[in-house]
Design a protein around this ligand. Structure first.
Ligand SMILES: Nc1ncnc2c1ncn2[C@@H]1O[C@H](COP(=O)(O)OP(=O)(O)OP(=O)(O)O)[C@@H](O)[C@H]1O
Length: 484
């Protein structure tokens, strides 16, 4: 394949590409001076306005979380260590390397193995001994999505339940109806060999007769309904709850009202109730909330990922406008063989335009867009993973926080910016971090179409202190080896 790139070096690409009859490679390095300052300013302004106007997508963390659960088939590989801050440093609570060491009830051990788990994940290894200790310990735990948090607290709940007592003993809050159902499924699977154990869903639409008392042992639901069931409707006696779990705390607080409702529920629980809070991320707001709902916590945190771009080759291509960016993209495809690429756009509109244009050029393109139902999005990602499509075009908002494994090339058709138009370094890292994983080398190509975006690129470069080079025909041999 390196030969193909070699043949076209310094020549018009159009003649050599079967699927994409496009222009000259010189488009790849248009001179920066070509962008007239006044035109440039105007372009930027219009872009910013129109982008705002058609940026209808709102970050929906609950949908992203659900999507991750739907597309995930196994544990996310994570090499980071966890940090354990024990409330009582004198109490020796060791981590466990096997489920046997936890002395789980036999029917739970059976459930764990029936789910195909051989040994605890990193977060489980550290959290389970704390959660199953006598007396039960409170816990705030943060670990990346997909690392086994749900399974951990489900085991804790199932271990504490006394089936002979026919009333709710464990209460679990989820941010949405769908996420509550997903967690419910894990409870059902893991408790499969514990048939006397019953589960109720406190979600909107699940209507019970007034005056009724619930006999199920575990209640899982959304904050609003759980609050009603505990206070106004009195279906649950909160004073009898032994384990309170607050799942997906980061998603929870992103929803208006959920934080207050969760705190109100927590205030109704007995003092000796075990409080457990889980979150995939740990920004300040989550931490503040966690401290309000979990008194005297033990804390388990996944150590921050080292921001490393060492295995990723980063380039930029200078263009004048959207069409030229498309042209440059086609040129790149014509010049090298790309196994699988993800292309990020700023808006839905650009993403669907680009997907259509690429399809016209004969590419097998998948479009992941915010207007799709979560199930549809999961299907698109699945097909892409299976290699049915080689290019996935998506928007920033839609793809943030979604686990798509290794791709060989990431293209920023638009650079990531925050709502104020400043460089979004975190998103940049997250996007291009999809390539260059597991010791492989990765390739990231940034399309720059104005002085403004050049400025953004420079700031990103400074932030990471890592050179982003201008893509040149001389680089094609090198990048072909990475991209293919
Ligand atoms: N010990 C284990 N061994 C093997 N697979 C596991 C283990 N624990 C969990 N899994 C599997 O890994 C996947 C992710 O686990 P889980 O949903 O518990 O992660 P999570 O951290 O709760 O994710 P989220 O933050 O999205 O809620 C699931 O498919 C689950 O069945």
């Amino acid at each position: 394949m390196a030969g193909a790139a070699g043949r076209i070096r310094g020549r018009a690409l159009g003649r050599f590409q079967p699927a994409l009859p496009v222009g000259d490679l010189s488009n790849l390095h248009l001179k920066e001076e070509k962008i007239k300052p006044e035109a440039n300013g105007a372009v930027v302004k219009t872009n910013a306005n129109s982008e705002k106007a058609d940026e209808e997508e709102k970050e929906d963390r609950a949908a992203q979380s659900l999507l991750n659960k739907l597309i995930r088939s196994n544990l996310v590989d994570n090499t980071n260590q966890v940090e354990v801050l024990q409330r009582d440093p004198n109490s020796p609570l060791y981590s466990v390397k096997s489920f046997e060491e936890l002395r789980l009830k036999p029917q739970l051990l059976q459930g764990v193995y029936a789910m195909g788990f051989n040994r605890p994940s990193k977060i489980q290894e550290n959290a389970l001994p704390l959660m199953l200790a006598e007396p039960p310990q409170n816990l705030i735990a943060q670990s990346q999505s997909g690392t086994g948090k749900t399974a951990a607290f489900v085991l804790a709940m199932l271990s504490q339940v006394e089936p002979a007592n026919r009333y709710p003993q464990c209460l679990c809050l989820s941010p949405t109806y769908e996420l509550a159902l997903q967690t419910g499924k894990v409870i059902e699977q893991m408790g499969k060999f514990y048939p006397e154990l019953k589960l109720a869903y406190a979600v909107r639409g699940n209507k019970l007769e007034r005056g009724q008392k619930i006999s199920e042992h575990i209640v899982i639901g959304t904050p609003g309904t759980v609050l009603d069931w505990c206070s106004k409707l009195k279906f649950i006696d909160p004073k009898k709850i032994k384990v309170f779990v607050l799942d997906e705390a980061d998603v929870m607080i992103a929803t208006q009202g959920h934080q207050d409702q969760s705190i109100r529920i927590q205030r109704m629980l007995p003092r000796n109730c075990q409080m457990l809070l889980f979150s995939a991320t740990f920004e300040d707001s989550v931490w503040k909330f966690a401290q309000k709902v979990v008194p005297d916590p033990n804390i388990i945190k996944l150590k921050r990922e080292e921001e490393t771009l060492d295995t990723i080759k980063q380039y930029y291509v200078l263009c004048n406008n959207r069409d030229e960016k498309f042209q440059a993209l086609c040129n790149l495809y014509g010049a090298i063989t790309i196994a699988q690429a993800m292309i990020f756009c700023h808006t839905r509109k650009t993403a669907s335009w680009l997907a259509a244009e690429l399809s016209k050029e004969g590419h097998q393109v998948a479009l992941l867009s915010g207007e799709m139902m979560v199930e549809q999005r999961a299907a698109v990602i699945e097909r892409f993973r299976e290699g049915k499509e080689k290019v996935l075009v998506t928007t920033n908002v839609c793809a943030r926080g979604i686990d798509v494994e290794q791709v060989s090339v990431v293209i920023n058709f638009d650079l990531p910016v925050d709502k104020d138009g400043n460089p979004d370094n975190e998103t940049y890292l997250h996007r291009i971090g999809r390539t260059g994983r597991f010791g492989k080398r990765g390739l990231a190509v940034n399309m720059v179409d104005s002085k403004h975006s050049m400025n953004i690129l420079n700031r990103i470069q400074e932030h990471f202190n890592k050179k982003i080079e201008r893509l040149d025909t001389d680089d094609l041999d090198e990048i072909e080896k990475i991209a293919n």
